[in-house]
Design a protein around this ligand. Structure first.
Ligand SMILES: [Zn+2]
Length: 214
C-alpha cells in the first residue's frame, strides 16, 4: 500500500472514530433521558401505591366496623349518660351499672377490634441495662379492649396485630397518653363518630390525625 493510500486510510479511520464517538454521545444522552423517565415513572408508581393504601383504608373504615358493634357501643354510651341523671333511684342506678357491664362484655366478645390506637413501646437502652424498657400498648376504640405487646418495642401483639383488611392501627402521639406513663384515653369519653372521623382523616398514614381541617 502506497503512502497516499495509507494517508487516506488514516483519515478514514479518524472519521470512523469521530462518528462512533458521536453515536456514543447520542446514546448516552438518550439513556440519560430514559433514566429520567424511569425515575419519574417510579415516583408515579409510589404515588399510586400510596393512593391505594389511602383508598383501601377509607373503604375499610366505611365497611369494616360491624353495624351491631356500633349500635351496642352507642347503647352503652346512652346507658352511661343515664347514670349521671340525678332523678334515678339507687336501685335503678345499680341495675344500669349491671346492664352496662353486661353490654360491655358482649361488645368485647363480639368486636373484631377494627380500629385501634397504638402507643409505642421502647426496647430500652444498653447504658441502662435495658431497665428503661417500656411495653407498647394498643387499644380498640370500638369496645375498649387493650393489650400490651409481648416484647417491649417489637410490636408483637397477640390479638391487636395489624392484619391487612381486618384492622387499621394509628399511632396516638398525643402528649397526654403514652406507653411510658401508662396512661391511655378512655374510649367512652368520645362518641365513636369522633374516632371514626379521625381514622378517615388519617387514612393511608401511620399517625392519628386529631386536628380537623379548617
Ligand atoms: Zn374491639
Amino acid at each position: 500500500m502506497g503512502s497516499a493510500n495509507l494517508k487516506k486510510k488514516l483519515e478514514e479511520t479518524k472519521q470512523y472514530i469521530k462518528k462512533l464517538k458521536q453515536q456514543k454521545q447520542e446514546l448516552l444522552a438518550e439513556s440519560k433521558k430514559m433514566l429520567g423517565n424511569i425515575h419519574s415513572l417510579e415516583e408515579h408508581i409510589r404515588d399510586a401505591e400510596r393512593d391505594i393504601k389511602t383508598i383501601s383504608d377509607r373503604i375499610f373504615i366505611e365497611t369494616g366496623i360491624p353495624e351491631a358493634a356500633i349500635a351496642l357501643r352507642n347503647k352503652i354510651l346512652c346507658a352511661m349518660a343515664k347514670t349521671s341523671n340525678g332523678d334515678i333511684t339507687v336501685r335503678q342506678y345499680s341495675t344500669l351499672l349491671n346492664d352496662i357491664d353486661a353490654m360491655k362484655e358482649t361488645l368485647g366478645r363480639e368486636c373484631p377490634h377494627p380500629c385501634v390506637l397504638s402507643y409505642d413501646g421502647y426496647e430500652g437502652s444498653y447504658i441502662h441495662d435495658y431497665d428503661d424498657d417500656t411495653s407498647g400498648y394498643r387499644l380498640c376504640v370500638v369496645c375498649g379492649f387493650g393489650e400490651h405487646e409481648k416484647t417491649p418495642g417489637k410490636d408483637d401483639y397477640q390479638t391487636l396485630n395489624e392484619e391487612k383488611g381486618k384492622r387499621t392501627v394509628r399511632r396516638d402521639l398525643r402528649d397526654d397518653y403514652t406507653a411510658r406513663t401508662d396512661t391511655y384515653p378512655s374510649i367512652w369519653d368520645m362518641p365513636l363518630k369522633t374516632f371514626i372521623q379521625m381514622f378517615k382523616r388519617s387514612a393511608g398514614k401511620m399517625n392519628a390525625d386529631w386536628k380537623e381541617k379548617a
